[in-house]
Design a protein around this ligand. Structure first.
Ligand code: ZN
Length: 354
């Protein structure tokens, strides 16, 4: 199965948009069309990078990465009571250290697409599978497997949804397909609210966690799926801990990984986070600073609390459309205690499996 964005598609889209622009007078509509034209150029640049072609452009790699970073994290950050996060973070630190093995089994893009398709067919309603098939199987030009990126994401271009998956040929790649499918499902229901709600990662974790559990239960790449699941727990704990340090020990002004490590040691705060080198620690610091972590954190907890309930997913996706964000947020916070309990249970269940 051939997958990949293609130049002709972007060129065609761009010509189309330019024609639309000529015929449009409404300022708001013009702005939207102009943004989509920029997006065409931007996606073409990503495609050039991913195929390793020479780029005839004045954009540097650094600018490029910064641009992606900004684009991805530009939605509003909800305000959540800090004590609640701190309380849970400190409980994390009391949990036994996670043991995670590095999985080395290679999994191809073709197999990954097939497996996620089988999972969706088996577990979700038919309309989920139809959407998945449309994007991942029937329209190869909607999906790019990109070896030169650290993140997977989705964008909407003039009403069509495009996906980029980090090409690592392993369980991370497989589970990222499911993760992005969660975003796509909501976008297909509600394209107006792509980055603006509290439950943004709920939709994707729901897919991803269920996929991993389904793989484990069906003995498909069982070990790899278990380790990937544990890895996600590990990321949440590390980033949460890092956020805690940043907020409570005024670590915002750090300039280098070396300085950060010194500071952490000075406060005797460094739990054994098993980092290979200073750079990893600093990367985590940058992630914790830039990421909309509260969204990530609460979504993670909420999904673990809903693992038996597929109808809940549909309700939440509908709720995003109708309810206002602070209501949803308040609801999750009152359920924090249950969620944490589920978190601990899944964590130890997975650790025993691995
Ligand atoms: Zn996501």
């Amino acid at each position: 199965m051939k997958t990949g964005w293609d130049y002709e598609y972007f060129a065609f889209k761009k010509r189309n948009l330019q024609e639309q622009l000529e015929k449009t007078e409404n300022i708001k509509q013009r702005k939207k069309i102009e943004e989509d034209i920029d997006l065409c150029d931007y996606l073409t640049t990503i495609l050039l990078f991913s195929t390793g072609e020479t780029i005839d452009s004045d954009i540097t790699m650094k600018q490029f990465v910064e641009e992606i970073y900004q684009q991805d994290f530009s939605y509003p950050i909800p305000v959540v009571e800090q004590e609640k996060i701190d309380e849970i973070t400190l409980s994390f630190l009391k949990l036994p250290k996670l043991k995670i093995e590095r999985a080395i089994t290679s999994i191809s893009a073709t197999d990954s697409i097939q497996i996620v398709g089988d999972f969706i067919k088996d577990q979700f309603h038919e309309k989920h599978y139809q959407l998945y098939k449309d994007i991942f199987m029937d329209h190869s030009h909607y999906v790019l497997f990109d070896p030169n990126t650290d993140l997977s994401n989705v964008v909407s271009l003039d009403g069509e949804m495009l996906v980029r998956i980090k090409k690592s040929n392993d369980m991370e790649m497989l589970s990222s397909i499911a993760h992005e499918m969660g975003h796509l499902y909501r976008m297909s229901n509600n394209s107006q609210m792509i980055f603006t709600n509290f439950y943004r990662e709920y939709e994707s974790f729901f897919y991803e966690f269920h996929l991993l559990l389904w793989l484990i239960q069906n003995h498909i790449y069982r070990k790899e799926a278990t380790n990937r699941f544990l890895q996600l727990f590990d990321i949440v704990e590390k980033v949460s801990y890092m956020r805690y340090c940043i907020q409570n020990y005024q670590l915002n002004q750090i300039a280098s990984s070396k300085q950060f490590t010194e500071k952490i040691n000075q406060f005797h705060l460094r739990r054994d986070l098993h980092f290979r080198k200073n750079q990893d620690l600093f990367d985590l610091y940058i992630t914790a600073l830039g990421m909309d972590f509260q969204t990530y954190f609460h979504s993670f907890m909420a999904v673990l609390n809903h693992m038996d309930d597929f109808d809940r997913y549909e309700q939440v996706i509908k709720g995003i459309k109708n309810r206002n964000e602070s209501t949803i947020q308040a609801k999750i916070l009152t359920k924090n205690k249950n969620s944490y309990q589920s978190y601990v249970e899944y964590r130890s269940m997975l650790q025993n499996l691995s």
